[in-house]
Write a protein that binds this ligand. Structure first.
Ligand code: PRX
Length: 645
């Protein structure tokens, strides 16, 4: 049993020690790993990289021309070969690589041999459509095996993929296709969500009205819904796959060749294309996946993220498959058809490692423990958390009701930009505290610093930074290297600035507090306030908009919008509804504001800057911070009266 110390303390003071029976068998059980990696982080990572298959070794581990890094310089490898072909020389050939269950209950099992065949065929299909090394392929798909096949097929032929989460709107998809200048789009007719078919292909059609770079669209049949097929452009996956040859020669890629681009929200209205390369990224995700989840040969591993986010890339596809894991993939929602769907699946497939987000855990808490209690969850041996700070209550509930008080909880802090986990406990070594992601992983130099870039003292808060380059770090922002420099490397000299605030406790543990910039984290999904603001001001009724993230019991944060209207427009409940749908249409359902508050003026400084901090205080019902710089204090008084009404 995990030892619980000082239970009379507040949850955040509780310490859980790794259970001896776990730690004696753990993949990482020698605490000196931190010292070794700390003394020589380059060689630490080189040793990790050697566990991959390389066609040609590197001649230099790291070329660091701050802030531009190259890892494993001169090394040659292929990510797909590492995730698939490499496992064919052992009994893993017959091991399940992917176990899939669709929302309607359909199942697919692909062994590594099967995966190799399907990926090779689709790689040939892509080549047949004219995709060559360096061409970008946009993938807009639900959580089905073909999405993984498409990603790996791209990796096989050296075509960077750009996944767009299936919940994004046609316009958001268009922006991402345009920025990446994708040549091919892979999609499905629709995707299942709570029994309904969501029209993905239709969104692609709408997006492609203004995407001249796209030559072909490959459509996987999933829900069977009616779709339009554009002649000479749209082709069915199953038809192309029928004819495709079974083997496909992989491209020999340079360690620094781009593996993928993934768009994420930043502080401006325009999403950033985060660029990840092959050798360093694969090293980071493979090593951390093996160590953090203590992966064993017979584990059934389930990460509930969507493949369209970085968590899906790193910890559903590249990390687990490079490690030869059996990955369980589920297409649907946790409450369809019943609220015990996830627990039913864990019971049915004997899932042993489960990785999900705090927002989901809070939802499960709200639904009550009777759902997990009605299922056999004894196969679980390790739990993970990602995407946002986990509150101690949720941590303790997860530990008790899902983990049966026996599973270590690995809270993983990282970002799209970091590629792999940076701050987290090693489950066989690190005592955990509910709500803290604990400390930097070996080979990672995360720290909490003050405004001047000096480490904060115990008990103090500051900014989370990373002080040394790491293999899976983003290399740049697609087509915008200056933004890469400005955004991440300009705030503190020689340090990567994460955009997060954090506190260091007396034991040196890091407690991530959340974003300190204009990024909102809604249910673990990143949304830029500027993106929502620009969607709102495009609406003919809106003159000005200010958007903030306010705390929300389930979602962590919710989008809260304040608007002023154009002359002659009257505020009405229908308009609020209309504006919410407008944002959802422009960006996607995840950005839909929780509430929209209409005001005659936004609180501004005398120089005209909107004071979002005050709006946040108002939305969260707090005593207002400093209001002395306000141009017109009556604005605030009226807003408060409005909120109270
Ligand atoms: O604010 C942090 C939060 O999510 C942000 C990164 O979002 P994204 O790039 O979409 O990647 C999410 C999945 C890796 C971070 O800047 N975040 C992520 N994980 C945690 C977290 N905050 C606290 N604790 C975490 N474990």
């Amino acid at each position: 049993m995990l030892g619980q110390m000082k239970s009379e303390y507040a949850p955040e003071e509780q310490v859980f020690y790794p259970d001896l029976s776990f730690s004696t068998r753990a993949n990482v059980r020698d605490a000196r790993i931190y010292d070794w990696a700390g003394m020589d982080y380059e060689n630490y990572w080189a040793e990790e990289a050697k566990k991959l298959h390389w066609y040609q070794p590197w001649n230099k581990i790291l070329e660091w021309q701050s802030p531009f890094a190259q890892w494993f310089v001169g090394g040659k490898l292929n990510a797909c070969v590492n995730c698939v072909d490499r496992h064919l020389n052992s009994w893993y050939r017959n091991k399940a690589a992917i176990i899939f269950e669709g929302e309607p209950g359909d199942q697919v099992v692909l062994t590594y041999q099967d995966l190799h065949r399907e990926v090779s065929k689709f790689a040939n299909v892509l080549r047949g459509l004219g995709v060559a090394k360096g061409d970008v392929v946009t993938i807009y798909m639900p959580m089905i095996p073909e999405a993984v096949i498409a990603m790996l097929a791209c990796a096989r032929i050296g075509a960077p993929h750009s996944l767009v989460f299936g919940g994004f709107s046609a316009e958001a998809l268009r922006d991402r296709i345009q920025d990446a200048e994708a040549k091919v789009v892979v999609t499905t007719d629709g995707s299942w969500r709570r029994g309904k078919s969501i029209p993905l292909k239709q969104n692609v059609d709408n997006a492609l009205v203004s995407c001249p770079s796209v030559e072909k669209v490959v459509v996987v049949r999933r829900t069977g819904c009616d779709i339009y097929m554009e002649p000479n452009r749209d082709v069915f996956y199953h038809e192309l796959m029928k004819e495709a040859p079974l083997t496909c020669e992989p491209e020999v890629m340079d360690a620094e060749d781009t593996l993928f681009i993934l768009y994420t929200s930043g502080t401006t209205g325009k999403p950033k294309g985060i660029v990840h390369t092959t050798g360093g990224y694969l090293t980071g995700v493979t090593s951390t996946h093996r160590n953090l989840f203590d992966l064993k040969e017979d584990d059934i591993y389930w990460c509930t993220a969507d493949i369209g986010w970085i968590t899906g890339h790193s910890y559903i596809v590249y990390g687990p498959l490079a490690n030869g894991a059996t990955v369980f993939i589920y297409e649907g929602a946790p409450d369809y058809p019943e609220r015990d769907r996830f627990w039913e699946l864990i019971e049915k497939y004997r899932v042993s490692i489960f990785y999900t987000a705090p927002t989901a855990i809070r939802l499960f808490m709200k639904w009550g423990e009777s759902y997990p209690q009605s299922r056999d969850l004894s196969s679980l041996r390790l739990l993970g958390s990602v995407g946002e700070p986990i509150n101690p209550e949720a941590w303790l509930w997860y530990h008790k009701h899902i983990g049966g008080e026996r599973c270590p909880i690995v809270d993983t802090w990282w970002q799209t930009e970091t590629g792999s986990v940076m701050v987290a406990p090693l489950p066989g070594l690190t005592p955990t505290k509910p709500g803290s992601a604990t400390m930097s992983l070996p080979g990672i130099a995360a720290d909490v610093v003050n405004e001047l870039g000096e480490p904060v003292k115990a008990g103090e808060s500051g900014y989370l930074v990373i002080k040394k380059p790491w293999p899976s770090m983003l290399r740049t922002i697609y087509k915008d290297p200056q933004r890469y420099v400005d955004q991440y490397w300009s705030r503190f000299e020689g340090m990567y600035f994460t955009g997060d605030g954090a506190r260091r406790d007396k034991d040196g543990y890091i407690w991530v507090l959340g974003r300190v910039d204009d990024v909102i984290n809604v249910s673990g999904h990143r949304i830029g306030t500027a993106e929502v603001e620009s969607a709102l001001v495009e609406h003919p009724a809106v003159a000005e908009a200010a958007v903030i993230g306010r705390s929300h019991e389930l979602k962590g944060q919710a989008v809260s919008a304040f608007v002023t209207l154009r002359e002659g427009i009257a505020w009405a409940p229908e308009l609020e509804k209309d504006l919410k749908s407008y944002v959802a249409k422009k960006i996607g359902g995840l950005a839909r504001p929780e509430e929209i508050i209409c005001t005659w003026e936004l609180p501004k400084t005398r120089s005209g800057k909107i004071m979002r901090r005050l709006l946040k205080d108002i939305a969260e019902g707090r005593t207002l911070g400093d209001t002395s710089t306000l141009a017109d204090a009556s604005v605030i008084n009226q807003l408060i009266r409005q909120m109270e009404a």
